[in-house]
Structures are given as structure tokens and as C-alpha cells.
Design a protein around this ligand. Structure first.
Ligand code: FA5
Length: 361
């Protein structure tokens, strides 16, 4: 008959001196596993008389518990040792130089970059952000902006019409500009308002400076006193900050929009003769924005009293601004999905603007 005291001592010694988890598992299986020594001894208990079974059973149970506890404790000890060893080996040397960007690292598209830059500048000037849907009702895209159905100005926008109406039987379009967000936002609140609204816009148009999908940022200020001088200052301040130049030649040209009176168009001086577009040089003007004082009919559409409130609005062509700032000659290349183009013109994550950037001048 095996001496259980000697057996326990022998197993506990073995557990104590084992060096790794595999060795410990081998001991557990050899002693407590289905065919392990202790398990077989437990099985043999059934052959004994009731008195012997009681006495031996209790000793065997104690042995089993002691072995099982010592295996658990050893397991924890080995796990801790392994973890400490790994932590020691995996030290990070923070003094090493930053790894260079590998070819597989993604780049930020110039449009996303410029959207962020513009939002940061207007954010610093106290503008909030408002949003509207890409699929817009004819009401907000045209009617609420003083462009009724028969109005010739509808022809100015080469509109993509949706085949189906919405649940309220309203005709739908892919919005041709971000101006619908003006009335959408104003009718939800009370003046004063000061917000920008960035987003995608769509027109059936394609050449070097036009794409069927492009981006605009609408801007709007409404209160009791805002006038055309504030609009001029805002545009000049924005363009100086955006192009990071002390002075920038922009041209405010009289224009016509049904939703502003007076209306104007903003052009930036640039050189488009070479393969790189250069801002502030040459003799070409690139139109980058439409703007004006908000028409009284638009204020009325948003239930605002035009005898008490007034303000300005502008719509910046984001893609054109990206073209100008980063010297990208053809707008159509923006949306070809060519990774080589993005690797060349894209931005790394470290270039994301901060609140102070763009306003330092
Ligand atoms: C508008 O869309 C007016 N909603 C802007 C506005 C807002 C005027 C508020 C008054 C008050 P316009 O059609 O000119 O205006 O477009 C504004 C700018 O979007 C243009 O100056 C140009 O930079 C850009 N843009 C227009 N069409 C395209 C196009 N197909 N591709 C790229 N950019 C375009």
C-alpha cells in the first residue's frame, strides 16, 4: 500500500521545483488527471470496507486538496514571473527617432484637410456648425431661397433630380449648394445666428475647375446690425488666415443670387499657366465663393422679421480653395481615387490643424 504522507511530500516537492507552465501541467495530468495517480487511488476506495473507506477517503481527499492548491499557487507564481520577464524585455525606448511613414500608411485627402482648416478658422471666429441632408427637397434647395419653380435662376444650377418623391409628396434633388442649410437651421431657432455648414454638393458639370460632386462651406450671420462691411472683413480675414499670407489679392465682383441682395462673387488672384497652380501670382482670377446680404424673402421663409433682423451669407467652394492653396491644377483628379495622387497631395495625420493654426497671422 502506498504511503500517502510520502506521496504528498514527493508531489509537493515536484511542484515546488518545476520551472515552467508545461511542466506544471504535466504534473497536474499525471496526478489529478483522469488516469492520474491520485484519481486512480480515489477509484480504488470503492474496493475497501466502509470503515477503511471512511478513514482512507478523508486522508486521500486532504492529499488531493493540498496537491490541487499547491498546483494553483505555482501556476499563479509562474504566470507572474512570465509577465514580469515580458515587461522587462518589451521596454519602449522613447528617445528613438519617429519611424518614417511607410507606403501603407493612409493619407488625408486635401478636401478633408481643407474642410478641417476652414472649420478651425471659423470656429475661432465664433461660428457654430450646422448640417443638412445631401438629398434635399426642392423647397429648401430652391423655393425657400427665393427661387420659385418658374424662376430662370433654376437653370443656373445643373440639378440632379431624384426619381421618387419623399413621403410628404415633395420633389427631391441632390442639393446643388449648401445654402438650403440656411433656412433649415434658422427656422429651428431664434436670431442671432452665426454658423457655418460644410458638406457635399452636386451639379451636372465637369471640367478643369468643375466636378459633378464638390464641396461647399456655407456661412451665415444674422442679427440686428450686421452689414456688408462685416461680410467684407470676414472674407478678407478668412482668406488671409487660410492662405497664411499677410495680404492676399481678392476681388469682390457684383453678381446675382436670388437669395442675397446685394450679391457678390469672390475671386482669388492666381497663376494657372503652368503645371502648378500658384496663388497671389499671375493674372488669372479663380472664383472661390458666392456671397451677399441675405434677401428679406429668405428671412421670411425662416419666420424671421426682416424689418428687425439682417445679415450676410457666403458659400465657399472648398475644392477650389484646396486647388489654390496646395497648387493642384485639375479638380477632376481629386475624385479619381488614384492612390498615387493621394500619396503625393495627401496629408499625414500630424498635419491636422489645431485651433490656433490659420489665425496666427
Ligand atoms: C452658390 O452655390 C451659392 N449658394 C453661394 C452663396 C451662398 C451665395 C450664400 C450667396 C450667399 P455658386 O454657384 O457661385 O454659388 O457656387 C459657389 C462656389 O462653389 C463657387 O464659387 C465655386 O468655388 C464652387 N463651385 C460651384 N460649382 C462647382 C463645381 N461644379 N465644382 C467645383 N466647385 C464648384
Amino acid at each position: 500500500m502506498i504511503d500517502l504522507v510520502i506521496l504528498e511530500k514527493e508531489i509537493l516537492e515536484e511542484v515546488k521545483s518545476v520551472k515552467d507552465q508545461d511542466g506544471l501541467e504535466a504534473i497536474r495530468v499525471g496526478e489529478l488527471g483522469k488516469k492520474g495517480r491520485i484519481s486512480l487511488l480515489m477509484k480504488d476506495l470503492s474496493l475497501l470496507s466502509p470503515e477503511e473507506k471512511k478513514e482512507k477517503g478523508s486522508t486521500l481527499n486532504k492529499l488531493k486538496n493540498n496537491v490541487s492548491n499547491s498546483i494553483s499557487e505555482k501556476k499563479e507564481e509562474l504566470e507572474n514571473t512570465e509577465l514580469n520577464n515580458r515587461l522587462l524585455k518589451e521596454k519602449v525606448d522613447v528617445s528613438l527617432p519617429v519611424q518614417s511613414q511607410s507606403a501603407k500608411t493612409g493619407k488625408i485627402h486635401p478636401v478633408s484637410q481643407v474642410m478641417d482648416e476652414i472649420s478651425e478658422i471659423f470656429g475661432s471666429l465664433g461660428y457654430q456648425i450646422a448640417e443638412g441632408p445631401d438629398i434635399e427637397t426642392e423647397h429648401y434647395n430652391f423655393n425657400a431661397l427665393n427661387i420659385p419653380e418658374s424662376h430662370p435662376a433654376r437653370q443656373m444650377h445643373d440639378t440632379f433630380y431624384m426619381p421618387d418623391k419623399n413621403d410628404n409628396d415633395e420633389s427631391l434633388v441632390l442639393r446643388t449648394h449648401t445654402s438650403p442649410v440656411q433656412v433649415r437651421t434658422m427656422e429651428k431657432g431664434e436670431p442671432p445666428f452665426k454658423f457655418i455648414s460644410p458638406g457635399r454638393t452636386y451639379r451636372c458639370d465637369s471640367d478643369q475647375t468643375h466636378t459633378p460632386m464638390f464641396h461647399q462651406i456655407e456661412g451665415l450671420v444674422v442679427d440686428e446690425k450686421t452689414h456688408l462691411g462685416h461680410l467684407k472683413w470676414t472674407l478678407e480675414t478668412f482668406f488671409k488666415s487660410f492662405f497664411e499670407l499677410d495680404s492676399i489679392e481678392i476681388q469682390l465682383r457684383p453678381s446675382y443670387f436670388p437669395f442675397t441682395e446685394p450679391s457678390l462673387e469672390v475671386d482669388v488672384l492666381c497663376d494657372r499657366s503652368g503645371s502648378v497652380l500658384k496663388v497671389g501670382e499671375g493674372s488669372d482670377w479663380l472664383e472661390v465663393a458666392g456671397a451677399g446680404m441675405i434677401h428679406s424673402e429668405v428671412l421670411k421663409s425662416a419666420n424671421i422679421d426682416p424689418t428687425k433682423y439682417q445679415g450676410f451669407a457666403f458659400g465657399l467652394g472648398v475644392d477650389r480653395l484646396a486647388q489654390l492653396k496646395y497648387g493642384i491644377p485639375d479638380l477632376r483628379t481629386f475624385f479619381n481615387g488614384d492612390v498615387r495622387w493621394l500619396n503625393h497631395y495627401g496629408f499625414s495625420f500630424l498635419d491636422i490643424p489645431t485651433l490656433s493654426r490659420g489665425l496666427k497671422k
